[in-house]
Design a protein around this ligand. Structure first.
Ligand SMILES: [Zn+2]
Length: 230
């Protein structure tokens, strides 16, 4: 009896190794499943990337059409139909000068005063919302175009199902310090980082051309509510 069950074990063991040798992909699949399950516990399952450059190339008219059907300022694609936390940590890249920090700090205050988002200083962790403030230097390449670039920004989200973690970026263009280092431009770019897209409403801080606005319009608040208060 004892010898028989020992033999049965030996046969089963041999069969097991036979399966592994014959079908190595079976074992690999098992490993992959476990890994994905682990990943699913964190909001990292698939990646949705905002292309800041592509968005900037989009003609203004396009976002104008999008805004027509609703009063609320439109939402940037990476945050559309997703839920995300309204708390953010923000930090400045090392080369950001004091005057730029100052205007971004003022922009942070404007958004915090809405009560819809809460931004606090800190470098953030990988699975929490954060905003990085930066500067860059980009001269006008096409003198025929009537506009210069004052800044850029946008959200970058990692999403799992309907939950997104946003690593937003907002930057000012140092090539034009006199017109770019302004509270209104900082508010506009931080708006992008938090998920607001361009609006055709001239009262909106998300109008594509700087008008010196430093107060969020009701439509901008409605846009933020659509992202953070649902
Ligand atoms: Zn913009």
């Amino acid at each position: 009896m004892k010898r028989k069950s020992w033999l049965a074990w030996l046969i089963m063991l041999a069969a097991f190794f036979f399966v592994i040798n014959k079908e190595p992909q079976l074992v690999t699949n098992t490993a992959t499943t476990v890994k994905q399950t682990t990943v699913k516990l964190q909001p990292y399952f698939y990646l949705v990337r905002a292309s800041i450059n592509n968005r900037l190339k989009t003609p203004f008219a396009k976002s104008t059409a999008q805004a027509a059907s609703t009063d609320a300022t439109p939402i940037e694609t990476p945050l559309k139909n997703l839920t995300t936390s309204n708390t953010y940590q923000y930090y400045f890249e090392n080369d950001v000068p004091a005057n730029v920090r100052q205007v971004f700090q003022q922009a942070v205050t404007v958004y915090n005063q809405t009560g819809l988002v809460k931004l606090t200083p800190g470098s953030g962790t990988t699975n929490k919302n954060k905003v990085t403030f930066f500067v860059y230097d980009k001269k006008l390449t096409n003198p025929a175009s009537q506009t210069v670039e004052l800044g850029n920004g946008g959200p970058t989200t990692l999403a799992w199902n309907h939950y997104a973690v946003n690593s937003g970026r907002a930057g000012l263009n140092l090539a034009y310090p006199h017109i770019a280092i302004k509270k209104s431009v900082a508010i506009h770019e931080l708006g992008h980082a938090l998920g607001l897209a361009h609006s055709n409403a001239e009262s909106s801080v998300m109008y594509p051309l700087d008008q010196g606005l430093t107060t969020l319009a009701p439509a901008d608040l409605a846009g933020l509510r659509n992202i953070y208060d649902k």
